[in-house]
Design a protein around this ligand. Structure first.
Ligand code: URA
Length: 257
C-alpha cells in the first residue's frame, strides 16, 4: 500500500505519513540531487520511485530518518545522519575499530562523531582506498559477495609474471578455500599486476599471487566499484558526495540481488 495523505493512504507502517508529517518525497529527492522538484515529480509519476518497497505516488511524504527510498531499485542516501568517508589507508594501520595489539586503527583517522566503521577490511600491510560509514545497508551491499562489487588492486610482486601466470590469475586459481572467480588482470609494468576481483576473500590477492609464484611485495587498493580516488595522501580522508554515494549504491545493483 502506498501514497501520501493526498492519495488517501492508510499505510500504518508509515507513522509520518499517517500523521501528515514528514517531507514531500519530491522535495527530498530534489535536495539529494535528482534535479529540480519538477524533475523529481516526474520520476515519481513515472513509477520509478519506491518507498519502503512500494511504488510511490505523487503527494507521498517520507520521514528521511526512517523511510527507505529507492529510485530505479537503488537506495538513495536520504537519511541525514549518515556519513560516508573515503580514506587512503596507510600501511601498518588496522581496519578494525580496536586492536588488541595496540596498533593504530583506521577509525582513529576519521572524525569520531558520528561513530563509523570500516566497510570490509584491508590487511594491516595493504594500503589504499577504504570506506568508513555508519550506513549499514550500503556497507552490506558493498561487501557481500552476492552483490559482486569489483575492487581493483595494484600489486607489486616478486619477479615478472608470465602470460601463463596472468591467464591463471584471470581464469581462477585454486586456493585452500576453493577456486577464485574470474578476475580482470593486466601487467602495467614488469613487476606490477593490476587485478580486479569481486569476491573479497581473506588476503585474496596475496594468496592468488603466491599461488602463481609471485609473492606480493606491496599491495594498494585503487578502486572500489566506481570510486577511484587519486588525490588523497596516505592517512588523508574526505567525505563522499551524494552522487558518489548514489553511484556506489547503483554499483551494487537493484535492491534485491
Ligand atoms: N587482498 C589481499 O590480499 N589483501 C587485502 O588487504 C585486500 C585484498
Amino acid at each position: 500500500m502506498d501514497g501520501g495523505p493526498g492519495a488517501g493512504s492508510t499505510d500504518d507502517a508509515d507513522a509520518g505519513d499517517a500523521a501528515g508529517g514528514g517531507e514531500r518525497l519530491q522535495k527530498v529527492l530534489a535536495r539529494i540531487g535528482f534535479g529540480s522538484r519538477r524533475a523529481s515529480e516526474e520520476l515519481i509519476e513515472a513509477g520509478r520511485v519506491r518507498v519502503n518497497g512500494s511504488t510511490a505516488v505523487l503527494g507521498r511524504r517520507v520521514d528521511p530518518e526512517h523511510d527507505r527510498v529507492e529510485v530505479d531499485g537503488v537506495p538513495v542516501g536520504v537519511r541525514p545522519g549518515l556519513v560516508h568517508y573515503v580514506l587512503n589507508k596507510p600501511r601498518g594501520v588496522v581496519s578494525t575499530s580496536e586492536d588488541p595489539q595496540g596498533r593504530p586503527t583506521v577509525v582513529a583517522l576519521v572524525p569520531s562523531e558520528p561513530r563509523v566503521f570500516p566497510v570490509g577490511r584491508l590487511d594491516a600491510d595493504t594500503e589504499g582506498l577504504l570506506l568508513l560509514t555508519n550506513d549499514g545497508e550500503l556497507a552490506h551491499r558493498l561487501t557481500h559477495p552476492s552483490f559482486g562489487v569489483e575492487k581493483e588492486y595494484l600489486a607489486e610482486v616478486e619477479g615478472t609474471p608470465s602470460p601463463g601466470s596472468l591467464r591463471r590469475l584471470r581464469e581462477g586459481v585454486v586456493l585452500d578455500d576453493g577456486l577464485t572467480a574470474p578476475a580482470r588482470v593486466s601487467l602495467p609494468a614488469p613487476n606490477l599486476v593490476r587485478i580486479s576481483i569481486h569476491e573479497g576473500r581473506n588476503r585474496q590477492v596475496r594468496r592468488m599471487c603466491d599461488a602463481v609464484g609471485h609473492p606480493v611485495v606491496r599491495l594498494v587498493r585503487t578502486r572500489i566499484g566506481p570510486l577511484a580516488e587519486r588525490e588523497l595522501r596516505p592517512g588523508q580522508w574526505r567525505s563522499l558526495s551524494t552522487s558518489e554515494v548514489r553511484d556506489l549504491g547503483a554499483a551494487t545493483g537493484p535492491a534485491e540481488p
